[in-house]
Design a protein around this ligand. Structure first.
Ligand code: 5GP
Ligand code: MG
Ligand code: MG
Length: 183
C-alpha cells in the first residue's frame, strides 16, 4: 500500500491542512490574549493531539510549557468503551498553574470531562480545554470547552492525528473513510 492509496481511503475531506493551520492560528491568538502576562502550560492528550499540539504551539509568539498525558477511553474500534484510564501522567506539578488541555476531538465528552476533573483536583490556578473538533450531537457528558476549532456532524473522522485502528493519523487533512475500509 503506497501513500496514494492511503489518501484514496478518504472519501470526503472535511478540513484541509491549510484550513486547520489557519484555524489553529486564530485559536492561539485567542489563548494568547486570554493569558496575557500569565504563565501557561498546555497539556496534549496523547496520541491523537500530537499534530494539534505541534501546530498550535508553533502559532504562539509567547513563552509556554508543553506536557503530555496519555489516557484511553476507546478500544480498537470506533466506539467509546466508557472507561477512562491514565496510561501516562503529567511530568509537571500543576498546582497554582494555568493549564489548557489540548485535544483533537470531543465525541461523547467522557474523556475530557474525566480529565478536567482529574486535573482540577491537583489545585491548578485554572483549567480550560482547547479542542480542534467537537461533535455536539454525540455529547453525553457536560464539558465546558473554551476553545473549539469546529463543530462537526456525528461521523467518524480520521487524519491529522485521528486514527482508525492506529492508521491514518499521518494524513494531513481530516475526512471520513470510504466504506470499503470498514469491511
Ligand atoms: P470521547 O471521550 O469524547 O467520547 O472521545 C474522545 C476520544 O475518542 C478522542 O480523543 C479520540 O481519540 C476518539 N474519537 C472520538 N471521536 C472520534 C472520531 O470521529 N474519529 C477518531 N479517529 N477518533 C475519535
Ligand atoms: Mg484525543
Ligand atoms: Mg483512537
Amino acid at each position: 500500500m503506497d501513500a496514494a492509496d492511503v489518501q484514496d481511503d478518504l472519501v470526503n475531506v472535511l478540513f484541509t491542512e491549510e484550513q486547520i493551520h489557519a484555524r489553529l492560528k486564530e485559536l492561539a491568538a485567542q489563548i494568547e490574549a486570554d493569558y496575557e502576562g500569565q504563565d501557561l502550560l498546555i497539556v496534549g492528550v496523547l496520541r491523537g493531539a500530537v499534530m494539534v499540539m505541534a501546530d498550535l504551539a508553533r502559532s504562539f509568539g509567547r513563552h509556554l510549557e508543553m506536557d503530555w498525558m496519555a489516557v484511553t477511553s476507546y478500544g480498537s474500534g470506533t466506539k467509546s468503551s466508557g472507561v477512562v484510564r491514565i496510561l501516562k501522567d503529567l511530568d509537571t506539578d500543576i498546582s497554582g498553574r494555568h493549564v489548557v488541555i489540548v485535544d483533537e476531538i470531543i465525541d461523547t465528552g467522557l474523556t475530557l470531562s474525566w480529565l478536567t476533573s482529574n486535573l482540577a483536583s491537583r489545585s491548578p490556578a485554572s483549567v480550560e480545554i482547547c479542542t480542534l473538533l467537537r461533535k455536539p450531537e454525540a455529547l453525553t457528558m457536560p464539558v465546558d470547552v473554551k476553545y473549539v476549532g469546529w463543530d462537526i456532524p456525528n461521523e467518524f473522522v480520521v487524519g491529522y492525528g485521528l486514527d482508525y485502528r492506529e492508521r491514518y493519523r499521518n494524513l494531513r487533512d481530516i475526512g471520513t473513510l470510504a466504506p470499503h475500509v470498514y469491511s
